[in-house]
Ligand binder design. Structure first.
Ligand code: ARG
Length: 265
C-alpha cells in the first residue's frame, strides 16, 4: 500500500524550498486518482548520515563515490513507500544529532543508537537492528580479554556510544577520532591498541583485513539502531509504520541477508 505524504500533512512542515514542482507533462502514472492535486508533486527530504560505517553506510570506492549500505536500502524502501525523494548529507557522526536538532536535515540514519542524551534533543523511530560491542585488535597483539587493555590506548568514534563503553574498561586510555577508517588506520599503525566497534561493522573489517581480530565485550548492552528526527516531526510515526511493515513482510530480513549474510556462514 502506498501512502501519500501529503495526506499525512507533511507539506505543512516542509519549507517551500523543499517542494519540487509539478511533474507537468508527465502523465505516465494515474496512481493519484484518489488525490488529484498531490499526485504529481514530490517531496524531497534531506537525510543526514556518516558514511564511514560499512556495511551500514559507506562509499564503495571500487564502484564509485555513491553511498551504499543496509541503512541506505532501508531509507530507499521507506522513501518508496511514503512517496518522497531524498538527498544525502554526509557528515561526521559527531555532528548528526545537532544537524537533526536544528532541522538542517529531516532525518538521520547512521546506525544510531537511541540513548538518553540524544533523546533530549531528537526523537527516534522504533529499533530496526541490534548490534553488540566488540574489541578490535591486531592479530599479533595477544589481547584476549578486557583485562589486557589496562593501560592501553582504546580508540572510539567521537560522539558515539562507544565512548562510554571504552571508559568502562579499567585502566584504558580512551582516544577519540572522527571516523571509523581513521581508527582502523591508527590501529594498524600501532598508534592505538584497540578499537571499540559494533559487531556487524567489526565482522566486516575482519573479512577484509586479515591482520584484524577481536572479541566481544563481556558486559556490553545491546545497541539498537534507530532513525533520528527533529522533535515532534510527523515523519517519526510514518517511518515507524513502514518499519513495522518491513519487519512483518520479510523486507528487513532480506536486507539483513543481503548485507550481513556472509557473516553467518
Ligand atoms: N551505534 C553507535 C552510536 O550510536 C555507533 C554508530 C556509528 N555510526 C556511524 N555511521 N559511524 O553511537
Amino acid at each position: 500500500m502506498k501512502k501519500n505524504l501529503f495526506g499525512f500533512g507533511l507539506a505543512a512542515i516542509l519549507s517551500a524550498g523543499l517542494l519540487v514542482g509539478c511533474g507537468g507533462a508527465d502523465d505516465s502514472t494515474d496512481e493519484g486518482a484518489d488525490n488529484g492535486q498531490a499526485s504529481e508533486e514530490s517531496v524531497t527530504l534531506t537525510m543526514g548520515t556518516s558514511a564511514d560505517y560499512p556495511p551500514f553506510e559507506y562509499i564503495d570506492t571500487a564502484s564509485g563515490d555513491e553511498i551504499i549500505g543496509f541503512d541506505i536500502d532501508i531509507a530507499d524502501h521507506i522513501a518508496a513507500e511514503l512517496g518522497f525523494e531524498y538527498t544525502i548529507e554526509d557528515m561526521e557522526f559527531n555532528g548528526l544529532v545537532e544537524a537533526v536538532r536544528t532541522n538542517r536535515v529531516d532525518f538521520v540514519i547512521a546506525g544510531m543508537t537511541p540513548d538518553d542524551d540524544r533523546r533530549e534533543n531528537v526523537d527516534f523511530s522504533d529499533i530496526y537492528y541490534e548490534g553488540q560491542q566488540m574489541i578490535v585488535t591486531l592479530n599479533d597483539s595477544g589481547f584476549e580479554s578486557i583485562e589486557d587493555l589496562d593501560g592501553k590506548k582504546v580508540g572510539v568514534q567521537l560522539g558515539s556510544i562507544q565512548e562510554a563503553e571504552a571508559e568502562s574498561i579499567e585502566g584504558a586510555i580512551v582516544e577519540q577520532r572522527d571516523t571509523i577508517p581513521q581508527l582502523i588506520q591508527e590501529l594498524r599503525n600501532g598508534q592505538i591498541d584497540a578499537v571499540v566497534l559494533e559487531d556487524t561493522v567489526a565482522n566486516r573489517y575482519f573479512e577484509r583485513q586479515d591482520v584484524l581480530t577481536g572479541f566481544m565485550m563481556p558486559v556490553s548492552e545491546e545497541a539498537g539502531y534507530a532513525i533520528a528526527f527533529p522533535k515532534e516531526s510527523e515523519l517519526t510515526e510514518q517511518f515507524n509504520e513502514v518499519i513495522a511493515e518491513m519487519k512483518e513482510d520479510g523486507t528487513l530480513d532480506e536486507l539483513i541477508l543481503k548485507w550481513f549474510g556472509a557473516d553467518e556462514e
